[in-house]
Design a protein around this ligand. Sequence first.
Ligand SMILES: Nc1ncnc2c1ncn2[C@@H]1O[C@H](COP(=O)(O)OP(=O)(O)O)[C@@H](O)[C@H]1O
Ligand SMILES: O=C(O)C1=C[C@@H](OP(=O)(O)O)[C@@H](O)[C@H](O)C1
Length: 290
Amino acid sequence: MTLSRMDGRAIAPGAGTVLCALATGVGSAFAIDLDVTASVTLEPEQSSVEGRVAGDADADTSLVERCVELTVAAYGESDPGGVVETESEIPMASGLKSSSAAANATVLATLDALGRADEVSREDACRVGVRAARETGVTVTGAFDDASASMLGGVTVTNNTEDALVARDELDAHALVYTPDERAYSADADTARCQRVAGTADVVEELALAGRYGEAMTVNGWAFCAALDRQTEPMLAALPEADGVSLSGTGPSYVAIGDEDALTEIRNSWDEMTGTTRLVRTRNDGARTT
Ligand SMILES: Nc1ncnc2c1ncn2[C@@H]1O[C@H](COP(=O)(O)OP(=O)(O)O)[C@@H](O)[C@H]1O
Ligand SMILES: O=C(O)C1=C[C@@H](OP(=O)(O)O)[C@@H](O)[C@H](O)C1
C-alpha cells in the first residue's frame, strides 16, 4: 500500500516583551502583527525531517525540525519524515520572538498535516514548541511567556520554570518596533547579570498582574538595558509620549506601545537611528492554521 503525503500550513505572530523572564523565571509578553508562516509536508517514505527558511539558506533549522518530530511522535500514528519551510516577517534573533512564532507555526502546521489541529488545545501545542526550543538550546527558560503570547494572542504572564500560564488578557494598542542591524541569540545572554535585577522583575510582575502593562514594560526596560548592557537612548526618546517602552527580550529590538499619534512622533526620533522602525498593532488572536 502506498501512503499519501500530507500537507499543513499555519501562521503565528511574534511578540514584544513586558517582563523578561531571565531574572526570576516569570515573564510576560504580548502578540504583535508580524508573522511567521510554516508549511509542512509529511512524507511517509521519508525518515528524517528537513527544515528550510525562505531567503536564509544558512539559518539554523534544528528548532523547526524538532517541532515536526515531536508533534508527529505525540500525535501521529506513523512516524513519517518530511519538509518544513518557514517564511518570516520577523528578523531572527532580534528579541521579537521569531523562535516562538516559528515553533508555534510549525507545530500547528504539523497538526494540520496530521488532520488533528482542532483536537489539540493551543496550550498543549505551545508546550510542544517550548520542549523543542529547550531540546535545541535556543532558549534559557523555555520562553513559555513568548510562546504563549504568540500562540494565544493578547498579553500573557507565565511562570517559565513550571510552563504555567498565570494570566492572559487582551491588549489593544499600536506598537512601534525598532530593530538595530544586529542579532542577539537569547541563549548567549548573560543570565547571571539578569538575576541581579530580580527585585525589579518582581515589581514588573506585580504591575503586569495589575494590568498596568505600559508601566511594567518601562520598568522592565530600564532594568534589562542595564543588566544586558544595552543603550537606553531609544527608551528616553520614547518618553513621555509612549504608554510603555522596553528592550524586547534580550534585545536588540525595542518596542513602545501607545496610541498612533504618540508613536508616530516617537518614530521620527527612532528613524534617525541605524536600523528599521515599524509601526504595527498588538494582536489578540494568536496562531492559526491557514
Ligand atoms: N523563521 C524561523 N524559521 C526557523 N527557525 C527559526 C526562525 N526564526 C527563529 N528560528 C530559530 O530560533 C533561533 C533564534 O532564537 P532567539 O535567539 O530566541 O531569537 P528570537 O528572540 O528572535 O526568538 C534561531 O537560531 C533558529 O533556530
Ligand atoms: O530564552 C528565554 O528563556 C527568554 C528569552 C527572552 O526573549 P528573546 O528570545 O526575545 O530574547 C525573554 O524575553 C524571555 O522572557 C525568556
